[in-house]
Design a protein around this ligand. Sequence first.
Ligand code: NDP
Length: 294
Amino acid sequence: MSAQIIDGKAIAEKVREEVRQGVANMQAEHNYVPGLATVLVGEDPASATYVRSKQRTCEQLGIRSIGHHMPADSTQEEVETLVRQLNADPNVNGILVQLPLPKHLDEEAILNSIDLEKDVDGFHPVNIGRLAMKGRNPLFIPCTPAGCMRLLSETGVELNGANAVVLGRSNIVGLPMAMLLQKANATVTICHSRTKDLPGMLRQADVVIAAVGRTEMVTGDMLKPGAAVIDVGINQKEDATRKRGYRLVGDVDFESAKEVAGAITPVPGGVGPMTIAMLMENTLRAAEISLAKK
Ligand code: NDP
């Protein structure tokens, strides 16, 4: 039997519509418009594309977008000074520093300098710490893992008591994802490049989150029948039939996996659209936190 295909585009549109409505209500009731500041350092084309896409989505939802583009040779002090100015600006609710930063900059120090209440990416160590601790809640959850959780809840996947395997342990996806699943009462196994018998681990999993960055490495024969599979990976696969010479595929071999899984996200059109939608949700939340303090 073929799996249910989880439609990330449709679910992301639902999240965007909720945010659009929330922004409109805030404007009507409080005469206040949420603002998101983006900080792009350097000329990396992929980063520039991501930032443009975030700014465009802000505009579509009625969120004010404030763009800062700094030269690639900006100093640590210059970037941190800008972040401090944005921390102090009452019209800025969220600050997004686009990663990766140029190599000479200390990413950790820059992320730490973002005001906790404006940390809409959810990467501040205090937010991650709260996510890890029992009985504590972060102000913001990192956008990609938050998007995966929303995809699972919209699909009706039971997490309470489920065996979940998270493939990958990065700070931005794998680690926060594992913590979220644990908070939702799943029994979580984190797998990485040193894991022995990955297929054996995967075959126990009711829920699989693949965030590795390896083309189609998870195949259908590694999955438990009926498992829910969320594929975060974005990889380029050679394809001579495409004008650009490649197509985008995930970490999961979709064709074989969909014959075994109960539900599965496609790539593209699964997790990808969710990430920016969750950033917009976090920005609205940041504005709500700021209004509540007034
Ligand atoms: P990282 O490179 O930071 O982390 C990859 C993780 O995968 C590491 O923990 C690594 O293990 C593990 N890994 C690597 N090779 C293997 C292997 N052969 N077997 C098991 N585990 C392995 O990647 P990210 O977390 O940043 O991103 C992962 C993927 O998700 C990428 O394809 C990226 O493009 C995509 N992505 C998609 C987003 C979206 O919006 N859809 C957003 C962010 C990322 P170890 O720790 O041991 O090195």
